[in-house]
Design a protein around this ligand. Sequence first.
Ligand code: HEC
Length: 703
Amino acid sequence: MRKSFYLFFPLACILYIQCGAPDKKDAYGSWDTYRGSKDASQFSSLSEINKDNVHLLAPAWTYSTGDAGNRTPMECNPIIIGDRMYVTSPQLDLIALSADTGEELWRFSASEFKEGSGVNRGVTYIDDGQEGRVFMSSGHYLFAVNALNGTLVRSFGDDGKIDLREDLGRDPESISIALSTPGIIYENLLIIGSATGEGFDASPGHIRAYDVMSGEFAWRFHTIPQEGEYGHDTWEWIEGENYGGTNNWGGMSLDEEKGWVFVATGSPTYDFYGANRLGENLFGNCVIALDAKTGERQWHYQAVTHDIWDYDLPCAPNLVEIPWKGARRKALIQPTKMGELIVLDRYTGEPLLNMEEREVPPSYVPGEKAHPVQKFNQGIQLVPQGLDSTYLTNISPEANAYAREELKKHRNEGMYTPPSIEGTITMPATRGGMLWGGASYDPFSQRLYVNSNELPMILQLDRVSQGDENADGAVSGYQTYMLNCSNCHGTDRKGLADAYPSLLGLGDKFGDQEIKTIITGGKGVMPAFSQFGEKQLQALVTFLKEGKIPEDAATAAPSGLERYVLKGFRLFLDQEGFPASRPPWGTLNAIDLTTMSIDWKVPLGAYPELKKRGLPDTGTQNFGGCVATSGGLVFIGGSADEMFRAFDADSGEVLWEYQLPYGGYAVPAVYEVDGKQYVVIAAGGGNRIGTPSGDVYMAFALP
Ligand code: HEC
């Protein structure tokens, strides 16, 4: 195995030299960009740590940010500039560390501007010819911070910051928005997506670009097309309805030579019911190629039409170059929540594999019209799509019998069965398949590595009672709740185990003002709802405290449409709480892009409880991503057992593992200082897996 790797190595180099490409060793030797490089490769050409010595790998330093909350995640992929590392904390402070010792150099706290916490997956650095600047986002602000001393760069934007609610073509006060995944820099422009929320009131996720020096607004691409723009006629517009989401929340990749940025979008909102947005809904669930200078669309590829499953495209596509029909082809690989790797020509958007359109089942939910066809075989499929009785859990006869009975109670007609009142089995779940952790691409071996989940969920809708808007506060507070909050906290407000807290008895815990602060500022993975006016907010608080569910009366929406919402986030689990599908429930995969086939697939993680019963290889639900290196290794945390592992890139064998203090639900970074190689990961736990939250960055090196 190793031999062929090294044999192939010079061949690949020759090919690249012939093509006039830059030296790949240099291109992948540093980690100065989110996901390692602008092509989203998540790959390091460093090889000091390799298969032969990785068993010696040990902690080099540990740094605690000191501000973990109850359920806070820490999803940051650190960047390293010279000997300095930039990371974010659970409460979204920006921190500079000495990359070789973990010593804190400075800390920028945005607390004076902050309206709560949120999620931050990383930051962007630019050499501005002075001391360098770091762009980081918290709340609805994007800050430019001096990379040397952690002070605001006051000449940027409005006194060092940009208000992300502006430049969307709407009243900024009506917007609720954040930036969880950092943008990407092309020449003098910082191009950004957004996190917009997923309720009926969500803000639109248009793509924007700003000047990196002045903070001046440069261009906007409407992911929800405006009148007169391409794609506008793919929506059935209704007066008085809100059109939101359709946002790029998982980052972008950039073809610097071509000057194109590749943007993957999520679904339009509301995620699971689209009666107010019938039609194909461009540019929802698309890969879009934009001219990075102007924002002009070059091509798009829509992976899901009129999405009602929350099948966002969750990460930036990997830009790759592959042998294709005797020539070399610039392509891109888009991982999906549906568990496939879509392979597109980078310059035309044409699918390179045998995609086909097939009829899918109709929706029976009033008002909804599911799109009659969806795309199948869009790429290399890594996860079973759809769940039938032959693929139910086999961890015990009891679990299998339980799952079998439960399965019968739900609508289940294969992939893309619409959400329903009785509950629809959906496989993969909204957590993938693949998620924001993205894939790692080794340009030398032309292998792609990616972790995935293999879990079913139940999409059950509830009708929102149509209380009278003009009645007492509790009634319209109920509607605000149902339309914006119930998909996480449940229509019964009981929440979900460790992931989403119950909101019952809230009045005993918090005062009105405290509740309002949480709602308008967000908390942990809960988005901010800063767009609610005071009257609406007070009504919501009154409802949360009194819980009065209205009698049916007038209509729920200004347009007169009925509303249906997700009853709550619910995985399809067995009687003990393990997934009701057959393990593995989480995997790490290696795909050979020269043959478009899977080289190996191994379970990722284990449950100690099941191990004791003799079931070691179940894999677990996982968050975060992997990094492959020229040392022949693939590093990944991500699993619910809170381990950090190094896999053999050729065989998928675990060569090293380390018990982290908290779950490593993030993408690691690989870098060197003074010729010594390090691997660092955020161990922040929490997240939607429900393991304890922490605040630790851990770097590993050879002794
Ligand atoms: C995307 C999922 C999601 C949505 C949507 C959401 N929340 Fe939350 N909410 C959470 C999570 C997760 C927490 C726990 C955060 C933490 O402790 O770090 C939380 C915490 C809270 C808390 C604090 C509870 C406590 O005991 O600490 C309140 C109050 C709350 N949410 C209200 C709301 C309201 C009202 C809405 C709608 C306007 C809403 N949430 C929408 C996920 C969500």
